[in-house]
Each structure stands twice: as structure tokens, then as C-alpha cells.
Design a protein around this ligand. Sequence first.
Ligand code: SF4
Length: 682
Amino acid sequence: YRAWEVKKVRTTCPHCATGCQMDLLVKNNRIVGVDPADGPSNRGLLCVKGKFGSYKFIHSGDRLTHPLIKRDGKFEKASWDEALDLIASRFTEIRKKYGADANAGFSCSRAPNEDNYIFQKMMRAAFGTNNVDNCARVCHSASVHGLATTLGSGAMTNPIRDITEDVDLILLIGSNPTEAHPVVGTQIRQAIRRGTQIIVVDPRKIDLVKDAVIHMPIKAGTNIAFANAMIHVILGEGLADMDYIRERTEGYEELAEIVKDYTPEKVAEICHIDAEDIRKAARMYARAKKAPIIYCLGVTEHSTGTEGVMSLSNLAMVVGKIGKSGCGINPLRGQNNVQGACDMGCMPYDFPGYQKVANKEVREKFERAWGVPLSETTGLMSTQVLPEAIEGKIKGLYIFGEDPMVTDPDTGHVAKSLESLDFLVVQELFMTETAQYADVILPGTSYGEKEGTFSNTERRVQRVRKAVTLEGEMRLDTDIFYDVMNRMGYSCEKKTAAEIMDEIASVTPAFGGISFERLDRGETLQWPCLDKESKGTYIMHVGKFSRGLGYFYPAKYRPSKELPDNEYPFMMVTGRMLYHYNTRAMTGRTEGLNEICGDSYIEINQGDAAMLGIRDGDKVKVSSRRGEIESRAVVGDKMMPSEVFMTFHFADGNVNKITNFVIDDIARIPEYKVCAVSVKRA
Ligand code: SF4
């Protein structure tokens, strides 16, 4: 195309939660390319997914374009009226027969805030249940719970720019930004070139290990022991910020008592790392003036994930590093709008803005705003909904833009859950593994076809703009939810995305000052943004924690639920890779990305591979107690002996057929990061 032939539409990347700004290049109602734009979190950078993997899928020939109803086991084209009438009548029937809490909904962490707000409103106001969740449950719910408990807010404390520009030391734990948040990874590398030091705590030799002053290849699942040992050294060597602890926190004595046991020598054995490295890292972290903790799913996706997050929060607080520039505790959220889906109340215990369902005043406020009585029963989390479907307690499920048949652990149990339902609706862009189980499938719309906002990992609300018009019979996702609500007897008028944001602002104090008008004027707003005069909040917990005093949660190390044994001798860790995103619904429709990597692989240590007679590129069988998959061996030294790594992007060789469905007691997040497997040549 020639530059003058295309229209540029400024929007936000639909992949990870870095929230890169970019221009979609549009010609004849088709997106033909992407240019990077200078946004606050990406500063003119885009990664390969944003540049090449963010538009071809929109025009893919296999998009769902009209409703489908399953009849005699086969999907048949249906009219909107037919499909919507069936949806409303079946969910209403289930509600009448089994009660409102027999229905549940999973919202979409990839969809804009406005879609998520209306989805949870539909579940609460029209379905009458708080059984609404989103896929943060399986990635960062541990951060939301953990940081809300210790600090009062579950979000990243400092912005990306603040923790990558002009900092002395980065403590990177269980996060591989080079592949999972590549533009953050690039900014970290730029900081390293300017003199920032980095300590990497990760079982895998990730790319940033090359630049690390210390790499601790920690045994997966031992983060709590590690954090407690760091605190042990800091307290023992008088490196704690006692004024900060006295003035701004509570619970210190109990924490100090607990960490006495966690000597570096003892923890070195638990974590398979060097005791001297722990001492050196603790001293460096405590003494550095500007030193953020950056972490990701290597901390959260464990059966002790929430306590793992809280133990990192303890670590940052003992050295007084929260509420300050260049510091803080910073979970890099996964999907583009997983922060927003949580902010918008797609959680069973929170209305929008983390206002509690259990709080009577809050509930009454929403009842007044929405004009309908609301349930006071806290809903079920998604990892509870699926087992409860098998038990016959959940009968109806509405899945908007999620594919748990690929993304949830132990997909055999997901299949059983979906088969147990009386009625399943899936609203999606494409026919997915999950959609195959649906009774009704509705065509969803992509970020390029609608207006809205995404909230990135640093709490920044940014615009999503319509670049192309919807084709054929397709409808906006929010319009579909309005149609369902009206048919279920909750009458409401359709609103535009801008009007929905005004409604969000009217009921959500943290979003009180956010509007399309301000965002379209070029203002860039991070919540909390309480009113029209507020410029938003760059750094959280300055001077005072959101909960008042910061709370030291006394976390004790407990081993992962399934450890290697003679039958399954390898510990498997899962994670992301650079060229694809999640189930590849979007990136998998870009030929170039598939050519670089189009199939599942398993990284195995060269010593282990030699013992098993496996060469690089060989087909291998990977088994666990849940089943067996085939994959391709990548032999090298990225993984330590007896540990293997797989990505979760591929439906063929889907690693989640063999991951373990055990969940954390608090946030109910699954333990994707540790399970026992065996590997042999296929
Ligand atoms: Fe998109 Fe994330 Fe890449 Fe930025 S870093 S272009 S948001 S995938």
C-alpha cells in the first residue's frame, strides 16, 4: 500500500498488558498493516506480536459471522432472534428450576472495559447471580488477592517507565518479559545498558540471564522460602528500614519470628540455589535506592501463589520500597485487558472498582443505579464453577471470549464439566475447542471493530478505536448482552461505549474522572482517578497504603502439590513464548509467526536428553497422571537437570492435557507451574 492511501487509526495492542499504542493502517475497510505509536508504556516500540500478529485474524475467512444452534449434535445457522430467544429462555428456565446461582458466566480479559462492565451487569442484574469471573483467576488472581490483603490494592504499584528508567537494580522473579511482555523486556535491556543491575530469580535460563549480576535458578514452587530467606538476611544484617516499618506497617513481629527459621543455608537446599547468592542479593536489594520487584506467573501460578505474592510484598516493605519512585511491587499482568476485566467487576465477590458484594451499602448503591435487587451471595470463582458443573450444581454457563478447553489445567476435567452442563453459550471470534461443546454459539467482535478502552498492567486506561465496520449480520458484543438482558426481563437501553464509560465512572470511584472525552483529548489516565480534575495516580501507596497500614502477612513455605517421583521423574514448568499469544486465536492466523514457530515443543536439559537418547528436534511423548501428549524436543541448557519447560499456546500437543488441577486455597489459582511428568522418544 502507499502511505497516502491508508487511514491511520490509533489504538491499543490486543495481546499483552503492556498496552503498546499503535496505528492500524486501514484501506478499503481492511486493516493492511500496523505502525508503532509513541505511547506512555511503549515509547514508540512494538514487538513482533503487535506489529505482525494483531490484524490478519480480523479478516480471516474462518471468523464466526452468524449465530449457530446445535441440533442433533450438529451446528446449524440460526437467526439472531432464534438464538437470543433460546438463550434467554434456557437460562431463565434453569434459574426458575434450580435457582439463580445455577447459572454462571466467564467474561473476556481480551475484550474492552465496556464489554466487561456490561457482561458482569448482565450476570448480576438479569441472571441474578454473582457467579461471574474472568481468566485472571488462572493467571494473576493471586496478585489481586495478595496485594489487596497486604497493601489494599491488587494492582501494579509503579508504572513501566518508572521501573525501567533510571533505577539502580531490578529484582526480576518468575517473569520472562523478553517473551511475555517484549516491549517491557526491551526497556529493561535498555536500562541495563545504561547501568541498571538485574538479579534474575527463575528456574529457566531466560534471555535476561545473560545480563544478570546474579541468576538464581530457583526450583519452581519455592518462592516463599526464597523471599523469607531474603528477609532473614535483611533483618539479621540490620538492613531493614525500621522507621518505615514502625510508621507505615503492621504485623512485623510475627513476620520477624517466622523468618528466623529461613536461614540462607536451609533455603538454599529447598530452592536448589546458592546460600551466598541469597545473601548477596538481599544486600544489593536492600542497599539499592531505586529497586523495583517485577514478577509474573512464576510467582502466582502455584498452590501457594497468593502467599507467594504476599511474601514478596513483605520483602519490599521491610526495606521501605513501596510508595516510592523506581521501586514498588509490580506484577506484569498477562492479557491486554485482564487488569480491566478485574477492575470492571468480572469477579464473583467484587462489583466494579473492587467494591465488595458483601458490603450492604455498596450493594444498595448498585441496586439504585441498576434499578433491580441484587444477590448478596458471593459467587463462585471459575475454578470452582467447572467442578461444580460436574457435581450438577452449575447447570448453565455463558462463556464470552475464553477457551478453557485449551487454557485450563487438566483439560480432561474441563471436558467433563462442559459435558455435564444443561446449557452452554459461547460468544467467540472463531470456532474453538470450547465452542464445540456449546448449545449456542454467537459471533463475537474483535478490538478492531469497536470502540472502547483497555486498562494496561500499570492501571492506565487507553482507547481502543474502531478501524473497520462489522460485516454481514455481526453485532457488537455489548449489543448482544443488552439483547439478552432485555429478553430475560431486565429492561435497559443500549448505550454506546462512551456512554457505558460514563456509567462506569458514575458507580466506580476509582474511575470517577475517566471519560472518552478526556482520553480522546490525549489525556492519559491511571486509576485511581477520582474526579474530572484528577490526573490519575502515577505511583500508588505514596505516604499511605490504600488499606492504611501495610500488612506483613506471615507466609510459610509449603511444597508444591505434585513433585517428581520414579514414575514421573521430571518437574514441568509452563510459560509463554515470543511469537504467539495464549491459544493463538489471533497470532496463529499470521503465516509468518507460524513459520517461525507453529508447533508445540519441550525444552529439556542436554544431560537428561542424552540419558534418554533424545536428540534436538526428536518427537517425544510427555506424560503425567492426567494423560499423554506428543511434542518436539528442544535440547539445550535453558532448563536445569530434571526440569522441563513447555509453552501453552498449542491445541495440538496441548500441555494443559497434562497439567495438574490443584488450586491455591485463597485465590483458587491453579498450579500450572509445577507438575510431574515423564519424557520419552515417540
Ligand atoms: Fe503488544 Fe505486548 Fe508486544 Fe506491546 S509488548 S506490542 S502490547 S504484545
